[in-house]
Design a protein around this ligand. Sequence first.
Ligand code: GLU
Length: 504
Amino acid sequence: MSEKPVRVRFAPSPTGPLHMGGVRTALYNYLFAKKNNGTFIIRIEDTDQTRFVPGAQEYILDALNWCGIHATEGPGIGGNFGPYVQSERKELYRPYAEQLVNEEKAYFAFDTAEELDAMRDRAKQMGMPNWQYNHVTRSGMRNSLTLPQDQVDQLLANGTPYVIRMKMPRNRDVRFEDSIRGWVVVNTNNLDDKVLFKSDGMPTYHLANIVDDHLMEISHVIRGEEWLPSAPLHYLLYEAFGWDCPVFAHLPLLLRPDGNGKLSKRDGDRLGFPVFPTDWTTAEGELYSGYREKGYFNGAFINMLAFLGWNPGTTQEIFSIEELAEVFTLDRVSKAGAKFDPDKTKWFQQQYLRNKTNEELATLLKESTGEQYDLNKLTEIVHLMKERATFIKDFLIEGDYLVNRPTSYDEQTVAKKWKAESAVLMNEWMDRLEKVEPFDHVSIEQAFQLFLSDKQMGVGAVLPLFRLLVTGTGMGPSMFDIAAFLGKEECLGRMNKGIEVLNA
Ligand code: GLU
């Protein structure tokens, strides 16, 4: 690890909502900073104005906030290295690009878009589909390396549009060590002369990213694997400026549940799970669902994400974000792509739900339902349904019969259990119930056991009928708890009504 203080950044481009892969990148940066007493910074990379999507920046900041991934420096937070939005830093990039031109590490290129298209077409016709502006082809193009100096001066003086391109060195092996991937070696003959500065007066991602990482004293660049192909160029840019290169760590891809390819924005709703932290509605009104609105706890979502590409090396699976920050290290991040598992994601949510107290859950339930239920009643409902619920909303869906009388009776149970003699049997049981005092779990259960032995019947012949009449369902939590919760009068009322309906 480098000696410098740890400073890491999450640098999203506001080109749309934040995919969960992006949240994982932010999370690992955050955890790495915490673990190393470092600083976590958010920087918005919005130099590509053609891809700017209104609302995306707000979405990203709000989503990170919901996740509990809080930055020490960033837009709306401040810090000594701001501004933290690249478009607000616009003026500072040009001198860096010009410096490289002056040092002959970059050059002006005057080729118009039409000329470049014509060149690509010609190359295609000649059987070269992947034409690139590079160390070979640059000599046939209109740039400050091929044109005489006075012509270049003239073009610049006339305000002719130009870009500044990196003069990629010829046939050099670029070698750098990535904390996750090990040594990476790329020959510069395979790299093109990337544009560093655009004709609209804005830097490209590459230049702005390097200049800002340097100025913001970033020690480690932790980002998605899709940026690995850009890393050799970035390494050469640091070298060209004579700056220290930060440590690189490229995170593994998130894969679809079947392992077949990268998890994309479109996959989520198509495969039945969200790929975004929070809901996102496009300008066209299309809704992409998010974990927050689906009812996931932020802790469960973060815990699940942490394990997509990292493991603690122990069997412990449940970690709060603070606990993650204590154990997170880059050497436990895997190289291999991480398969997203929707079932495991639900499992994390269930664990988080079960780890909350009944009172906490009842309070959340009260907040989530507009209706004015009594908190004690909700706490009892939570107690009854906890093992069966995954989300807060499940308590009242699964446990609807705790609040409302059944309006239908589970067909399968009726077909299997409701016989001609069932009404008589249930009436006898109701006579017993009538006398149970106090009407609590223990007394109801005692009366029930006695009833079974008097009748010489098994649980399976009586309990399902009792449940059917009271709840309308074939399965659920303890019937003695449910009956006690509803109270004697309600219980008997429901049973009478049920017998009436089923015998009709
Ligand atoms: N702006 C880039 C992105 O959208 C950042 C890549 C990096 O971290 O260098 O992912």
